[in-house]
Design a protein around this ligand. Structure first.
Ligand code: SF4
Ligand code: SF4
Length: 343
């Protein structure tokens, strides 16, 4: 890691240069409450002072909601043609918990079976991180994801008069060296950065006792009354999955032309919270109840992946809390396990 500082006017020129030279995706104001990551053509469109984005930016770019994976033609033999659309892009202004969410997806799509479609896009994505204000539903500090250690090329932290710049890759260093005048960070700059981080961490007001949830989960696993209470209002709509930066479930369907000769394999986001998810041939549904689906969602995110991957499949972004019409709140549910086992 290289540590540099950049003056604020130099930063502005640097960003302008990147916008003019690259396909540049950054936060843009959509309405008074929400920002969206979208293509940016001018620095006046860019608004890095965002609190909420509905769809996580990296997931939207790397794991598309709907994507053609391969085309095929059925003749004497079946010819398969991979469809892999990827182009160089800069993802600018992504915050630490969304970078950590992307890191989770990177691992998922490159462990055991490598997903070529995902990885081709990931290799061409240049990531420039930046802190954003946590929403009141954000519990990233409890999940240890309020700070990104890796997964980015460059990370900007805005100090009083300058930007503290962390450069994590040779590509990041090349880009900084090419387009900006930077100085090595001094001992004073490090001190100011540490102070900034202390203050930044104090902005995360929502906390969860994730260790207690993990330790007590198995003892509450078969408590049907508890899970019925937790899932009582769930509509099984699947919104919580769609907005989650780490949810990766997908379905693959065939799209066969009427001539039955040419077709494609289409991948679409799926949701473990909808009843059809567990429906298999013969009409059996291995997870027909909403309480079982919610329990499984929490187990997958907050237990299984820690055991398997060494990291939770939740970065505490709070999007599922905001998206849920039934007001099901993962942070409250994490904390309620502790209360439940102590009565
Ligand atoms: S928990 Fe909320 S968002 Fe998720 S499926 Fe149930 S109602 Fe929909
Ligand atoms: S489970 Fe909810 S809080 Fe956790 S990462 Fe997904 S959307 Fe964010």
């Amino acid at each position: 890691m290289l540590y540099k500082v950049l003056e604020k006017d130099v930063y502005r020129d640097f960003v302008k240069t990147l916008i003019s030279k690259y396909e540049f995706i950054g936060p843009k104001k959509r309405d008074s409450a929400v920002h969206d990551f979208a293509p940016i053509k001018s620095i006046s469109e860019l608004d890095t002072n965002y609190i909420k984005t509905t769809i996580p930016p990296a997931k939207k770019l790397l794991f598309l909601p709907i994507e053609k994976l391969v085309s095929y033609e059925i003749g004497e033999k079946i010819t398969v043609m991979p469809v892999n659309k990827s182009s160089e892009k800069i993802l600018f202004g992504i915050n630490a918990w969304d970078i950590n969410g992307m890191n989770f997806l990177d691992r998922f799509f490159s462990t055991n079976l490598v997903d070529d479609n995902y990885m081709a896009k990931r290799k061409k994505l240049f990531v420039i991180g930046m802190d954003s204000e946590p929403a009141e539903t954000n519990f990233s500090l409890s999940m240890g994801t309020e700070y990104a250690k890796d997964g980015f090329d460059i990370y900007f932290t805005e100090l009083r008069k300058k930007y503290f710049v962390r450069i994590a890759t040779p590509k990041g260093n090349e880009m900084i060296e090419s387009y900006a005048k930077v100085k090595n960070a001094s001992a004073e700059d490090f001190k100011e950065f540490d102070k900034y981080m202390d203050n930044y961490r104090m902005k995360f007001k929502l906390s969860v006792d994730i260790k207690s949830f993990y330790d007590n989960f198995e003892s509450i696993y078969n408590d049907e009354d508890f899970w019925k209470r937790v899932a009582k209002n769930c509509y099984s709509c699947g919104s919580c999955n769609l907005v989650c930066p780490t949810c990766f479930c997908f379905n693959i369907r065939d799209d066969l032309e009427l001539n039955q000769i040419k077709g494609s394999k289409i991948r679409e986001w799926d949701s473990c919270m909808i009843p059809e998810y567990g429906l298999v041939a013969g009409g059996h549904n291995f997870r027909p109840n909403k309480e079982n689906r919610l329990k499984q969602r929490y187990r997958c995110k907050l237990k299984t992946f820690l055991d398997k991957f060494g990291s939770y499949a939740c970065v505490g972004c709070g999007r599922c809390i905001e998206a849920c019409m039934a007001r099901i709140n993962i942070a409250e549910d994490i904390n309620s396990v502790k209360k439940e086992v102590s009565v």
